[in-house]
Design a binder for this molecule. Structure first.
Ligand SMILES: O=C(CO)COP(=O)(O)O
Length: 252
């Protein structure tokens, strides 16, 4: 059965020292809980990965990179490969975030390469999809999201597709304080799952965790996560402080 996951995406925030202090604070807070009903993942900047993994040790917190190269290795100045990320002990990589698509020109074609390399190196891609405001206003959200999934992921075998975590992040909800309503989230998540059923069948679709992202916080997480097709969250701003992140984990 699919897992519930609460993943933080720190984006370009936190110096190394600030990041490790946050990891420490989260470890303490999680140790305080009798039971945590979801997997917790921290998407840190590249330079934090080694130390974050070492600090977490055998604790049940996963570490994610926020991007990887679309090439195996070689003369690509400034890039970080999936193999390098895996060598740090990180287990996840966030791919296809709308900020990478918008500001760094990532396309479905490059993302398709990144997903293959991430999987080949044993990383779990947390693959982001979602429509911009104009697309929502012209009722194109389903067409957009379906084509993002088809173009980047549907060449995968069912076995490989089963290893992916999806994150539905309506771009108009990211960092805006304007969350999708619980009904809008469920509607899109159900649509995404149906799209997977049509391609890979019900068993694969039922096993895929689909996270919601976009202004998810302590006050709306419980309602969002109560939906049958919402399996957790990809959290930006509210993952940067332990007092804001823990209530989202506790929402499960
Ligand atoms: O982009 C996001 C997570 O990847 C969501 O960001 P916010 O939670 O800050 O809206």
């Amino acid at each position: 059965m699919r897992k519930n996951i609460v993943a933080g995406n720190w984006k370009m925030n936190k110096t190394l020292q600030e990041g490790l202090a946050l990891v420490d604070a989260l470890k303490v807070a999680l140790a305080d809980r009798d039971k945590v009903n979801c997997d917790v993942v921290l998407g840190t900047p590249f330079i934090h990965l080694v130390n974050a993994v070492a600090s977490i040790g055998d604790k049940k917190i996963g570490v994610a990179a926020q991007n990887c190269a679309d090439k195996v290795s070689g003369a690509y100045t400034g890039e970080v490969s999936a193999a390098m990320i895996a060598s740090t002990g990180a287990k996840y990589v966030i791919l296809g975030h709308s900020e990478r698509r918008t500001y760094y020109g990532e396309t479905d074609a490059t993302l398709k390469e990144k997903v293959v390399l991430a999987l080949a190196n044993g990383l779990t891609p947390i693959f982001c999809i979602g429509e911009v405001l104009e697309e929502r206003e012209s009722n194109k959200q389903e067409v957009v999201v379906k084509s993002q999934i088809e173009n980047a992921l549907f060449a995968l075998s069912a076995e490989d597709f089963s290893k992916i975590v999806l994150a539905y992040e309506p771009v108009w909800a990211i960092g805006t304080g304007k969350t999708a309503t619980s009904a809008q989230a469920q509607e899109m998540h159900a649509f995404i799952r149906k799209t997977i059923v049509d391609k890979y069948g019900k068993e694969v679709a039922d096993g895929i965790s689909i996270l919601y992202g976009g202004s998810c916080n302590a006050s709306n997480a419980k309602e969002l996560f109560a939906n049958p097709d919402v399996d957790g969250g990809l959290i930006g701003g509210a993952s940067l402080e332990v007092d804001k992140f823990m209530p989202i984990i506790d929402a499960f």
